[in-house]
Design a protein around this ligand. Structure first.
Ligand code: IDP
Ligand code: MG
Length: 159
């Protein structure tokens, strides 16, 4: 089952939490067939925000981004499944909700680039998923468990 175990980091941002979208977003990943292996409701501090968004330091929107992501609680998650990072990004949509097609999370729930509801690890940034999981979760916070439905999600998963 090794090719079904890719893990990716996903987070409902403060706007998504305030708008009551945690359940809807969790539902979408569950229904897709991904397996939740970690989750926590938390507040990001300045230091974690700088680390998480380090690649954007120096850009004109950086300070506003840090202010936004630390402005209220977030819901951080780790989801596991085949090609999880890429598949989750497809479900999230484009960075700008205005450019995101209907059916994607940002395309269904957002209108503004600065308030785009959700973060997910970039699949074109090698190792971003593992880095972000490590940044937000201790290894003992991640749960190894068998999703019984996997036998119906994956053709080659044994019954
Ligand atoms: P991503 O979230 O789709 O991976 P990134 O380019 O990594 O997009 O940017 C990280 C976050 O920074 C975005 O999700 C968005 O919240 C914010 N952001 C990116 N570009 C802009 C911008 O031009 N103005 C305001 N916020 C931006
Ligand atoms: Mg990014």
């Amino acid at each position: 089952m090794s090719h079904h175990d890719e893990r990716t980091f996903v987070m409902v941002k403060p706007d998504g939490v305030q708008r009551g979208l945690i359940g809807e977003i969790v539902s979408r990943f569950e229904q897709r067939g991904l397996k939740l292996v970690g989750a926590k409701f938390m507040q990001i501090d300045e230091e974690l925000a700088h680390e998480h968004y380090g690649e954007h330091e120096g850009k004109p929107f950086f300070e506003g981004l840090v202010e936004f992501i630390t402005s209220g609680p977030v819901f951080a998650m780790v989801w596991e499944g085949a090609d999880a990072t890429h598949q989750v990004r497809n479900m999230v949509g484009e960075t700008d909700p205005a450019e995101s097609p209907p059916g994607t999370i940002r395309g269904d729930f957002g209108l503004d680039l600065g308030h785009n509801v959700i973060h997910a690890s970039a699949h074109d940034d090698e190792g971003a998923n593992e880095r972000e999981i490590d940044l937000f979760f201790d290894s003992e916070e991640l749960v190894d468990w068998g999703l019984d439905a996997a036998t119906w999600i994956y053709e080659d998963e044994d019954h």
